[in-house]
Design a protein around this ligand. Structure first.
Ligand SMILES: *Cc1c(COP(=O)(O)O)cnc(C)c1O
Length: 404
């Protein structure tokens, strides 16, 4: 039988120093005696032993190996090792969704009496998780203006244990100064956690800018084709270990089938993020010149407030933009309803372009006053630009815009 143990033992160190695109295709793979070239899906919930003694040793932790797929699974591990390599992190824990990743980080690293500083412009479910559940366990949360370094600094308390943000923000594309906020967190002895869903490691590597942990919704660009739910946490082995502890006991681990889909997604991630970014920039520039468009929010545009910082922190500017039409809700809805191709959905990170009206969907639960404060007007539309030809995306939006 073919034996790849020598190959497997040296393979990952052979990849040391390889570039992102190479790691995206090859990192984490372990070959079996079946000589497979593609990564296998280990669709098994449990693992068997040759003897009672071997079972006892495996359960006791004296010998390494798989016991049960809530603990470890080889396909999931390959995904974890590959994503860790791409983020430049030591370790990764894969989860059943992006929210499970954020939940696991919170449960692993916070306790009653702790205080969290969270950007006011994070994913809505993140705020629900913090408000409805973390508060129940006596964790206090304050919300901060993503761009205001004084606000981050001033709201630090002795109990502050975690700073949490997304950059660029949704839907306004505000860009946070990650290195500066990392400094504020570390001065306070707090962890700095970045949700890197919008950029993916292909465009931004927060650990290199001072973040302690990166969380992902793999559901978005890592899959990239809208098929599976998943998430991940990446960071040092020391910080990931307690996260794995939560996942093992609470159970929101990634399925091996989904891990395999995400592995395939990682292989094309750099290519896809380039096209998402190129398309979004071309669309943003076109929208900016359209007479019925009042304002375009895209950090790739030279006049966006986050442009210089984004150029420094990101390889490209990503696939999500928003824009305000002339008028209000009625005009914005007309543009949505005039589309024939673009999907009307709040999802993002798909090959298919999507459009949503944040004021009545993702940000619909906020009061009008909260929305005004967040800059989410009724005239605002968000587009997550896909991989179609950008001329077709323009034509689909033009139908509604030209009719206003
Ligand atoms: C979608 C999303 C999440 C949640 O991920 P799920 O996979 O839907 O649980 C978290 N953060 C951001 C920025 C997201 O877009």
């Amino acid at each position: 039988m073919a034996d790849f143990s020598e190959f497997n033992a040296r393979y990952q160190s052979d990849l040391d120093g390889c570039e992102f695109e190479t790691l995206a295709v090859r990192a984490g793979q372990v070959r079996t005696h079946e000589c497979e070239h593609g990564e296998p899906i280990f669709a098994t919930s449990s693992y068997v032993f040759n003897s009672a003694a071997e079972a006892a040793a495996r359960f006791g932790g004296e010998s390494e190996g798989n016991v049960y797929s809530r603990y470890t699974n080889p396909t999931v591990r390959t995904f974890e090792d590959r994503l860790a390599a791409l983020e430049g992190g030591e370790a990764c824990a894969a989860t059943s969704s992006g929210m499970a990743a954020i939940y696991a980080v919170a449960i692993a690293h916070l306790k009653a009496g702790d205080h969290v500083l969270c950007s006011a412009s994070v994913f809505g479910s993140t705020i629900v998780l913090f408000e409805k559940f973390l508060r129940k366990f006596n964790v206090d949360i304050d919300y901060v203006d993503l761009l205001d370094l004084n606000d981050w600094q001033n709201k630090i308390r002795p109990q502050t244990k975690m700073l949490f943000l997304e950059s660029p923000s949704n839907p306004l594309n505000d860009v946070a100064d990650l290195a500066a906020i990392a400094g504020i967190a570390h001065n306070a002895g707090a962890l700095f956690v970045v949700d890197n869903c919008f950029c993916t490691p292909a465009l931004q590597q927060p650990l290199k800018l001072g973040a302690d942990l990166v969380v992902h919704s793999a559901t978005k660009y890592i899959d990239g084709q809208g098929r599976c739910m998943g998430g991940a946490v990446v960071g040092s082995a020391e910080l990931i270990e307690p996260v794995i502890g939560v996942l093992r006991s609470a159970g929101p681990t990634m399925s091996p089938f989904n891990a395999w889909v995400f592995l395939k997604g990682l292989e094309t991630l750099a290519l896809r993020m380039r096209v998402h970014s190129d398309n979004a920039l071309a669309l943003a520039q076109w929208l900016q010149s359209h007479p019925k468009v009042k304002k375009v929010n895209y950090c790739g545009l030279a006049d966006h407030s986050g442009h210089e910082l984004a150029k420094k922190q990101q390889r490209m500017f990503g696939g999500v933009l928003s824009f305000e039409v002339e008028g209000g809700r009625e005009e914005a809805w007309k543009v949505v309803d005039a589309t024939r191709m673009i999907s009307i959905t709040a999802n993002l990170g798909d090959a298919k372009t999507t459009i949503t009206h944040p004021g009545t969907t993702t940000h619909g639960r906020l009061s009008e006053e909260e929305r005004q404060k967040a800059g989410i007007t009724q005239a605002l539309l968000r587009v997550a630009v896909g991989l179609e030809n950008v001329e077709d995306i323009k034509r689909d939006l033009a139908a509604g815009l030209d009719a206003l």
